[in-house]
Structure formats: structure tokens, C-alpha cells
Design a protein. Structure first.
Length: 189
């Protein structure tokens, strides 16, 4: 399995996750605006060692096994400032997840990060499709999927940090993704 590379976009640098990122993640992640639409497995209130435990016991071991790829999101203009995280997972119906500190949301940054990791998923890892679950009320996340050319394939009730909601499953195939790239990100899926 390929190691997690550093990725660059127009405004971002996506750096491979490290254990030393735990304090910054703890500070940025432990906010209701960030966690409310995440899977109910995320503990809330977030424990004081939540980020360290997650990195040490979940994310870094999955990376070592070649089943997951995790990046921190940082502005190119402020590379020391962690503002979020994005991950790819080799799991059934759950291939990408992300979060962004509230003050950086609504600026197109997550869409930019998704473009970079989606390219890694389809080009480097050569995956046939990407499936992404999300809480139906999470309109910002839904818009990111729509702009990327994904389409909703199913919906079922699931538990999230803020309660039980419809969980919509979004998908794009490698062929659809390649066709959109060929057309400059436009086109039907």
C-alpha cells in the first residue's frame, strides 16, 4: 500500500497525520459545530485525551495496516496551523471523512481538500468507486458531495452525536470521476 503523501492544493497543504498533531486536533475538534453530525461512536462531551487516544489507538494503527490514509489540513499561508482533518478508509460504504474548524467553514477549503484526496483515491489507489455516508441535515457536507459529482444511492436511519437522522450514502465511480476531470469538473454523473 502507498504511504500517505503530503498533498498540495491552491490554498492548502495536507500533511500526513502524526501523533504530535493530537494537541492541535484536541483544540480544534472538540466543538459542537464540528462533531454534531459525526457518527455516534465519537464520544461527546469529547474527553480531554480524545484526540490522543484516537490517533494512537485507531488512526495510526489503521495507517500502518494500509487500510486508511489520514491528513491534517493546513493553509499554505499558515502551515503550522492545523485547521482540520481529512481521511480515506478502505471500508464498505465509508471511504472518506473530514472535519474543519468552524471559523474555516464555508470558504471552499474542504471541497479543495476533497479534490486532492479523491485524486489519490482514484489515481494512486486505483479504486473503482468512492462511497461517503453523511447525516442528511448536514447541508454543507452534502453540497461538497454534489459539487464533486456524487449522487445519493441510499438512505437509512443512523445514530449521530446530535441524535438519530437519515444517513444518506453518496457515491461516485472512478469512471464518473475521470469523466468529470476530463471535462474540467463539469458534466453528468
Amino acid at each position: 500500500m502507498p504511504i500517505t503523501p503530503t498533498l498540495h492544493t491552491q490554498r492548502l497543504v495536507l500533511q500526513p497525520l502524526q501523533l504530535g498533531d493530537a494537541p492541535a486536533i484536541q483544540e480544534r475538534f472538540a466543538h459542537w459545530e464540528v462533531v454534531r453530525y459525526l457518527n455516534a461512536a465519537v464520544p461527546w462531551p469529547y474527553p480531554a485525551d480524545g484526540a490522543l487516544s484516537y490517533l494512537r489507538d485507531v488512526a495510526l494503527p489503521a495507517i500502518a495496516l494500509g487500510k486508511e490514509w489520514h491528513w491534517t489540513i493546513r493553509l499554505l499561508s499558515q502551515p503550522a496551523n492545523l485547521i482540520g482533518s481529512i481521511s480515506l478508509m478502505d471500508a464498505v460504504d465509508n471511504n472518506r471523512g473530514f472535519w474543519l474548524a468552524p471559523e474555516y467553514q464555508g470558504k471552499g477549503l474542504m471541497g479543495e481538500a476533497c479534490e486532492a484526496v479523491d485524486a489519490f483515491w482514484f489515481q494512486t489507489l486505483n479504486r473503482e468507486s468512492m462511497r461517503v455516508p453523511k447525516a442528511a441535515p448536514n447541508t454543507g457536507s452534502r453540497r461538497i458531495s454534489e459539487r464533486a459529482g456524487m449522487h445519493k444511492v441510499s438512505s437509512e436511519e443512523k445514530d449521530f452525536v446530535s441524535g438519530r437522522f437519515a444517513c444518506d450514502l453518496w457515491e461516485i465511480t472512478q469512471d464518473q470521476w475521470l469523466a468529470r476531470r476530463k471535462n474540467g469538473g463539469e458534466g453528468e454523473v
